[in-house]
Design a protein around this ligand. Structure first.
Ligand SMILES: [Cu+2]
Length: 484
């Protein structure tokens, strides 16, 4: 995923010392440069938002025309997505203001685990100066209790100023469109069964409660859109980019999620479509751009989802009038299936019991403490009497409370999943597909958590055994039981 992050104190000017770990020459003096940012430590269970200056970057002025993100271990291998998860990386240029939220530095690239590649059409580039200070905002999420070290990779096609390939190139700027633009952690929740015909589109009417429409941007000067692609989380089907002019609305592009995942729209084994090479849309000052995101709701809930489209806009160049010509054409996927997405999960695991067959555990214990990656009552991996589902009766509740992990920067959730919820962990299992949907939010003291360290089960649950998991550490599973 990706986040817009309010930016507090800029780090000191970084001395540009970094260098590319791989260089490949392209036509006209352009180069494909691979940079590694880091290495940095990834602590057990972490899910935090970090900022680091990017000193690994070109040392001359020029233009970026393509960008491919990745994560690697120190030995260069790419972590499995069910082990280390790139929630988001956002590349910021501190030397410019963001077009759609001028209070922020310019957000010029972003990637989540779908690892969308950015490719500008021939003749357009993102101008990068040596004097530009760059910052990486990342949220790397360790799904395991094991520490590790990683590099963030950014591979760019770069045209040095003055080289033949730079002749006649037009500058393009990033237009960050986001259904929660400007919020510290730009997410929204998608509930199983919500929307129409199994599809839920955000923003809904009233999503912003009469406040500023965060998914809109008023075009500040005339120009031409030359490229865009969307960002979604699992469950996401597509993002839309539209324009409104004098009361009329025209679709510009639908970025579709193409799932390689055999189970369908439930994992990060996906690629987004981007605009084709010849897509050019002329906009006027005062046009209103907007974006939305549509998710599947037949299978599961999708908590803390995102909907972002970064569009690229040049001041000059040919382009079509979207009110006269259809520009909403079919897109092109930016990559194929990635091998780090091969572990889907969902296989039988005899070491984890079916909680429905376990005897009753503690009777109305009041609290379930969460510590060391375990729910201390009813955790399916605990065994013994503590592993039996604690029991509450109609009208009673259980309070889950963090009992120490938050202090270590480890956040957890209590998220309902369909019983028995005891199969092997992978990118497609478990998911928030409980027949009764409950969700604690992310327990923890600071963003991206909710700020709360406790959560109470709903008091109106019907009798039955309820299974749940932790969205942040999906190997964590538990159960409780409601009796009449
Ligand atoms: Cu957890």
């Amino acid at each position: 995923m990706l986040a817009v992050v309010a930016f507090a104190s800029p780090p000191a000017l970084a001395v540009p010392v970094g260098k590319a770990v791989a260089v490949k020459s392209l036509a006209g003096g352009a180069k494909r440069l691979t940079y590694r940012v880091g290495p940095f430590d990834v602590s057990p269970g972490q899910n935090s938002i970090n900022f680091r200056p990017i000193v690994e970057r070109p040392q001359v002025d020029g233009y970026i025309t393509r960008l491919r993100p990745d994560l690697t271990y120190l030995n260069g291998s790419v972590p499995r997505v069910d082990v280390i998860h790139l929630h988001h990386g956002v590349w910021l240029n501190l030397s410019r203001h963001d077009a759609t939220d001028p209070a922020l530095p310019e957000r010029f690239f972003a990637a989540g685990e779908e690892k969308t590649r950015m490719q500008l059409p021939k003749g357009y580039g993102y101008p990068l100066k040596v004097s530009d200070r760059l910052l990486l905002n990342d949220m790397i999420h360790n799904l395991t209790p094991n520490p590790t070290r990683l590099y963030m990779i950014w591979q760019i096609d770069f045209i040095p100023k003055g080289s033949p390939a730079a002749r006649g190139i037009r500058a393009a700027r990033p237009i960050w469109m986001d259904v929660q633009n400007g919020t510290l952690y730009p997410v929204f929740n998608v509930r199983k069964g919500s929307g129409h015909r199994g599809r839920f589109t955000y923003p809904t009417k009233g999503a912003y409660g009469g406040g500023e429409k965060k998914n809109q941007w008023v075009v500040d000067r005339p120009g031409v859109l030359v490229a865009t692609a969307g960002h979604l989380h699992p469950g996401g089907l597509y993002t839309d980019l539209k324009v409104r002019r004098r009361g009329r609305t025209a679709p510009l592009f639908r970025s579709k999620a193409r799932y390689f995942e055999p189970a369908g729209a439930v994992s990060w084994d996906v690629a987004m479509t981007a605009t084709p090479k010849n897509w050019r849309v002329r906009l006027r000052k005062g046009d209103v751009l907007s974006t939305s995101a549509t998710y599947d709701t037949r299978r599961a809930s999708w908590w803390e989802s995102m909907g972002i489209m970064v569009a690229w806009m040049a001041d000059r160049g040919p382009g079509k009038n979207p009110f006269k010509t259809k520009v909403n054409v079919r897109g092109v996927v930016t990559h194929g299936h990635l091998p780090e997405n091969d572990h889907h999960g969902g296989a039988p695991d005899p070491s984890v019991p079916d909680a429905r067959t376990l005897p009753d555990g503690a009777d109305n214990p009041g609290f379930v403490d969460l510590v060391n990656f375990r729910y201390q009552l009813g955790d399916l991996r605990l065994g013994g009497s503590a592993g039996n589902p604690p029991v509450i009766h109609a009208g009673q509740t259980l309070t889950f409370r963090d009992a120490g992990d938050d202090a270590k920067g480890i956040y957890h959730s209590i998220t309902s999943c369909k019983a028995p919820c005891n199969r092997t962990t992978g990118i497609a299992y478990p998911i928030a597909d409980g027949d009764v949907q409950f969700e604690s939010g992310t327990l923890g003291h600071t963003v991206p958590a909710t700020g709360s360290l406790e959560w109470q089960t709903p008091s109106n649950l019907s009798p039955g055994t309820y299974t749940y998991f932790c969205r942040i550490h999906p190997f964590m599973r538990g159960a409780f039981r409601v009796e009449p």
